[in-house]
Design a protein around this ligand. Sequence first.
Ligand code: AMP
Ligand code: ZN
Length: 118
Amino acid sequence: MEECIFCKIVKGEMPAEIVYQDEEVLAFKDINPEAPVHILVIPRLHFSALKELEDSHQELIGHIFMVIKKVAREQNVEESGYRVVLNCGPDSGQIVHHMHFHIIGGRPLGPGLANKKA
Ligand code: AMP
Ligand code: ZN
């Protein structure tokens, strides 16, 4: 996985504005933010996408959601609200193939989840 840009951030080989880190998880600012708050939360462990998760990763996923909650509070969007997005696979528009959650907030995001109706 030497070409994975998020693995490079994990290894400190690529710069990122890190807002939270622990032994399992890293959170950093999205380089091309779509809202005033746009943070990516990733496991240090490489998975290309959600489809690769196994039963043994349940604890990690639970931990990631606790980190998402903590980061949202620290970014002052806990009360105003925010959206958590995980893209998986081609139709989702996933471009970085190291599983990551987006935390997006700091402005009203509107009612829709996708750009067009079914
Ligand atoms: P996705 O479409 O879910 O794969 O989104 C990938 C996200 O990663 C996009 O919002 C990009 O702006 C963001 N991104 C790509 N490269 C970097 C980087 N080096 N540092 C921070 N964010 C990045
Ligand atoms: Zn990776």
